[in-house]
Write a protein that binds this ligand. Structure first.
Ligand SMILES: [Mg+2]
Length: 270
């Protein structure tokens, strides 16, 4: 005999079904979310204190480098910074968490998320951008969000209190990122690029294999932390289906025929 009446068990089930899944259980215990390949990356991206520290570190470096580059800037053209948006300025981890917990994949619901214009800011972004603005630096937001998302994206950036947000500064998908950067560079001196994906920095990283990207990173090693400021993004990228190269543990302990050294005898008390 159950200690609870049947109607109570039914009521609990109905209430549980009515709770939005994002609030119902974010522990990703046994269930579909626990097997989602994005779970650990999304958890690291949204919840880890280390990612927050890395984001602040990136913008601290960006601020220091901008001041150094401005001190060395003697051209007649206005200096500029170019930033990506998603996972660089805007934090889409609530959307990523919903996709894991509710079991859907990008691009499902992406337009609704963008149209809501509720993406919070990446820590450090606003302070850096206000600093750049105060120092007379032109700011360009170069993102591969679609052109139809322009109004919502501008609303999101303005709601978050960012400077120099306009239809001129927010440049969404159409021309490639390289073409947009080149167009900006015709009129401005681009001092810094800030992004979470390598094609935010150089076209050499666009549409190439991971091996080529990794080799190019090594060739451009001196640019990182100097002209290129990289933000962490553990949620998505072209690495998500990469093959892992595993160490093979030996089938049995390696034979070691050398006799163990005898432990030295304890010193005799003199
Ligand atoms: Mg991005």
């Amino acid at each position: 005999m159950t200690p609870y009446p049947t109607w109570l068990a039914t009521a609990v089930l109905v209430i549980a079904a009515a709770v939005p899944s994002a609030y119902a259980d974010d522990s990703a215990g046994p269930g579909p979310a626990a097997h989602n390949p994005h779970l650990m990356g999304d958890r690291y991206q949204q919840a880890s204190a280390e990612v927050r520290a890395l984001q602040l570190q990136a913008y601290n470096v960006a601020t220091r480098r901008l001041d150094q580059l401005l001190a060395d800037h003697h051209g007649s053209r206005q200096p500029a910074v170019v930033l990506d948006l998603d996972e660089t300025v805007l934090d889409n981890s609530p959307y990523e968490a919903a996709s894991v917990l509710d079991g859907f994949s990008f691009p499902k619901h992406w337009d609704q998320w963008v149209d809501a214009a509720e993406a919070p800011l990446i820590p450090g972004a606003r302070a850096f951008l206000r600093h750049a603005d105060a120092r007379g630096v032109a700011i360009f937001y170069v993102s591969n969000r679609s052109a139809k998302q322009e109004a919502a994206t501008i609303a999101n950036l303005k709601r978050d209190g960012l400077p120099q947000v306009s239809t001129q500064s927010v440049q969404l998908k159409g021309p490639s990122k390289k073409q947009r950067r080149d167009a900006i560079a015709q009129h401005y001196d681009i001092l810094l690029l800030v992004g979470d994906t390598l094609h935010d920095f150089d076209a050499e990283f666009a549409g190439t294999s991971l091996a080529s990207q990794r080799a190019a990173v090594m060739r451009m090693r001196h640019a990182f932390g100097n002209r290129f400021i990289v933000l962490p993004n553990a949620s998505y990228g072209n690495w998500t289906k990469a093959t892992l190269h595993a160490w093979q543990p030996p089938a049995k302990p390696a034979a070691n025929t050398a006799p163990r050294k005898q432990a030295p005898a304890p010193h005799a008390a003199n």
